[in-house]
Design a binder for this molecule. Structure first.
Ligand SMILES: Cc1cc2nc3c(=O)[nH]c(=O)nc-3n(C[C@H](O)[C@H](O)[C@H](O)COP(=O)(O)OP(=O)(O)OC[C@H]3O[C@@H](n4cnc5c(N)ncnc54)[C@H](O)[C@@H]3O)c2cc1C
Length: 434
């Protein structure tokens, strides 16, 4: 079978791979030195679009509109860009074996790829209900969303089941975004999740109450405290209803499941050190093997600000970790060093005309401020998280770009607060004065 050799290979063609490619070009990679090998059929794109504008019924986002790096207002890297730079995009190619000792990757079709330096950017895969043996979970029209192919299949079903009933399983950000787009597509939407409120990993009950109230206003029904335990289907194998643990049954033409993701590290098991479920790296994204780097969702890295090691499944970290790794690779080639990665956690989501941003750590006591009444014509509110008398986390719904910058700065600088009551009273003005 064919064998190809490259100085640098990126395995995975998602967000991190795209931002890494841009940084390789900036650092002066030479034609023929870099290859990106991806299971997907398209050049790297901004994955968050898949649960948002990609699913809109009117003027949906489509490629090539959202190739990286438009997510940060950067140059859009079209497939031609890779050709011009001499970067080989090897698409629709799944790597099924990685032998880090012989520096060889093998594709499903049996092709071998050799490298001097490898960057692992395989991202995450969805957790499936069939993984837990949920009865009927492989019925037709039960969808998961990770790659553009998944989104295309969902769009087909949305058209086929026009104005039908959708059940969204999961109350995280994917569940919330999907519930919104299904409603925009004129579906009758019900969300189901086991926790007492939505997005429990980030939202306080007060923050969640706003979004749940807003969704209720849009006609989305939310069922909490129970889980899907089975699915009924018709003679075509298409889902017809979702059975809940509490005994209820919900009619469904389409089910979308968003119950979490897990990092794709299995190819490297036993070959690199792991930590907290991810591939362990240093502050330059170098793994326990000196010519192997890892970036994006798969890495557990030192979070300098919190003197901790963490794994982060957000797009901002995918972009920044990729840039850091490539800078480090070039610096080490020149015998130089660069600054350690000093990441401020940042996460955002958008649905309907809502948009929130979160920075820092959601630990300690939360202080809500602003107008969080879902019935308000223009709600705008936020939260600070306070630990040891300092602000360590910030959240803002409906902020302007300047206000979002201000809350990011606060999460980074961790100023001491006057008093909790005072902070709640002054609200956003506290951040804007820092
Ligand atoms: C629908 C959706 C919406 C999101 N929205 C937001 C958001 O609003 N805000 C936010 O902060 N984050 C969001 N995220 C998370 C964000 O997109 C991820 O954190 C980010 O994409 C991670 O980048 P990555 O490059 O590590 O992985 P990915 O972008 O997932 O890329 C991994 C790539 O590797 C390929 N691959 C995997 N295994 C192999 C193999 N064996 N061989 C070849 N190729 C392989 C995959 O096909 C894929 O192309 C969203 C994610 C999804 C799925």
């Amino acid at each position: 079978m064919a064998e190809k050799s490259f100085k640098y290979v990126i395995i995975g063609g998602g967000v991190a791979a795209g931002y890494a490619a841009r940084e390789f070009a900036k650092q002066g990679v030479k034609p023929g030195e870099l290859a990106i090998i991806s299971k997907e059929a398209v050049a790297p794109y901004e994955r968050p679009a898949l649960s948002k504008a990609y699913l809109f019924p009117e003027s949906p986002a489509r490629l090539p509109g959202f190739h990286v790096c438009v997510g940060i207002g950067g140059e859009r890297l079209l497939p031609e860009w890779y050709t011009e730079k001499g970067i080989e995009l090897i698409l629709s190619t799944e790597i099924v074996k990685a032998d880090l000792s012989s520096k060889t990757l093998t594709s499903a079709a049996g092709a071998n790829f050799k490298y001097d330096v490898l960057i692992i950017a395989t991202g995450s895969t969805v957790i499936r209900l069939s993984d837990f043996g949920v009865q009927g979970a492989d019925s037709k029209n039960i969808f998961y969303l990770r790659e553009i192919e998944d989104a295309d299949k969902l769009i087909e079903a949305i058209k086929a089941k026009k104005n039908g009933k959708a059940v969204i399983v999961g109350g995280g950000y994917i569940g919330l975004e999907l519930a919104a787009v299904m409603q925009i597509n004129n579906y009758d939407v019900t969300m189901v999740f086991p926790e007492p409120w939505c997005m429990p990993r980030l939202f306080t009950p007060e923050i969640a109450a706003f979004y749940e109230g807003y969704y209720d206003k849009k006609g989305i029904k939310i069922i909490k405290g129970t889980v899907a335990v089975g699915f009924d289907s018709n003679s075509n194998g298409e889902v017809t209803s979702v059975k809940l643990k509490d005994g209820r049954s919900l009619d469904a033409d389409i089910v979308v499941v968003g119950v979490g993701a897990r990092p794709l590290t299995s190819l490297f098991k036993g070959q690199v050190e792991e930590d907290k479920g991810g591939i362990k790296t240093d502050a330059f994204f170098k793994t326990s093997i000196s010519n192997v780097y890892a970036v994006g969702d798969v890495v557990t890295f030192p979070m300098k600000m919190y003197n901790d090691v963490r794994r982060v499944e957000h797009v901002d970290h995918a972009r920044k970790s990729a840039e850091q790794a490539v800078k480090a690779i070039f610096a080490s080639g020149e015998g130089k060093t660069i600054d350690e990665y000093d990441y401020l956690p940042y996460f955002y989501s958008r649905s309907f005309d809502l948009s929130w941003q979160f920075y820092g750590d959601n630990v300690g006591d939360a202080v809500l401020f602003g107008d969080s009444d879902p019935a308000s014509p223009k709600p705008k509110f936020g939260s600070y998280w306070i630990k040891d008398g300092k602000v360590v986390g910030t959240f803002l719904e409906g902020g302007t770009p300047d206000e979002n910058k201000a809350i990011a700065k606060v999460a980074k600088l961790q100023p001491a607060i006057p008093s909790v009551d005072e902070l709640a009273k002054v609200g956003l003005a506290f951040a804007c004065k820092i």
